[in-house]
Ligand binder design. Structure first.
Ligand SMILES: NC(=O)c1ccc[n+]([C@@H]2O[C@H](COP(=O)([O-])OP(=O)(O)OC[C@H]3O[C@@H](n4cnc5c(N)ncnc54)[C@H](OP(=O)(O)O)[C@@H]3O)[C@@H](O)[C@H]2O)c1
Length: 193
């Protein structure tokens, strides 16, 4: 039986930042799952750093879809409401040694990378690595990430958190797909060797 693929999806600036100096990527208009992953995944992995913001953001969109969304300040988009619904039914795994409780449904805390390696060996669909930066870097270093999907936004963010700032190992990527998107964005899909 094959091992499930772990697919990281991140929205970055041209200079590789996942957020600006204020701690948010204010150039991202909506935090919907824009990588086309929903049909092929049945689990999500997140880092303990991003989890509290994720829980707050998606809880408010799920419970009050008519209110402006925290972070973007705009009305939740149809795709965000769809993700809130999908994510409510999809098991989430949060990598953390310090978090002790989580409110999002079907969510478990995992402390060791080996638990994620074991999750990949269980039968199922692919797994979406939602972020954040340090978690994506550490799972890449551990050889657990199989695919990287980047949405590149047309700006140089300057200071801020870089996606692979904490990566310890050089790793070659195989470009599989490039797509030009509206508003100057580019979608890049890489296989991770
Ligand atoms: N642009 C995007 O697409 C995007 C997507 C997602 C997130 N983000 C941004 O990313 C930011 C969060 O990123 P971040 O790098 O600060 O935090 P993070 O990657 O979400 O979480 C880091 C935490 O995860 C746990 N962790 C990571 N690797 C581990 C390992 N090998 N073993 C055990 N635990 C491990 C640790 O938690 P403990 O300290 O609790 O043990 C660590 O402090 C958010 O603010 C958000 O803005 C951006």
């Amino acid at each position: 039986m094959g091992v499930r693929r772990l697919i990281a999806g991140m929205k970055i600036s041209v200079d590789g930042k996942v957020e600006g100096p204020e701690g948010t990527a204010d150039w991202v208009e909506a935090w919907s799952e824009d990588y086309g992953l929903m049909p092929q995944i049945d689990a999500c992995v997140l880092g303990g750093g991003m989890y509290p913001g994720y829980e707050r953001y998606w809880t408010s969109i799920r419970d009050e879809p008519d209110k402006p969304a925290w972070i973007t300040g705009g009305a939740p988009t149809a795709a965000e409401i769809e993700w809130a619904r999908f994510a409510t039914q999809t098991p989430h795994f949060v990598l953390s040694r310090t978090l002790t409780s989580v409110q999002w449904p079907n969510t478990s805390i995992v402390q060791e990378l080996e638990e994620l390696a074991a999750l990949k060996r269980r039968p199922g669909k692919d797994i979406y690595l939602v972020g954040g930066a340090r978690t994506a870097a550490s799972l890449m270093d551990a050889g657990l990430v199989d695919e990287l999907r980047l949405l590149v936004y047309p700006l140089a963010a300057g200071s801020g958190k870089a996606l692979f700032a904490t990566t310890e190992r050089r790793r070659g990527l195989e470009l599989r797909e490039v797509q030009r998107l509206p508003k100057g964005r580019v979608s890049l899909i890489y296989n991770v060797g």
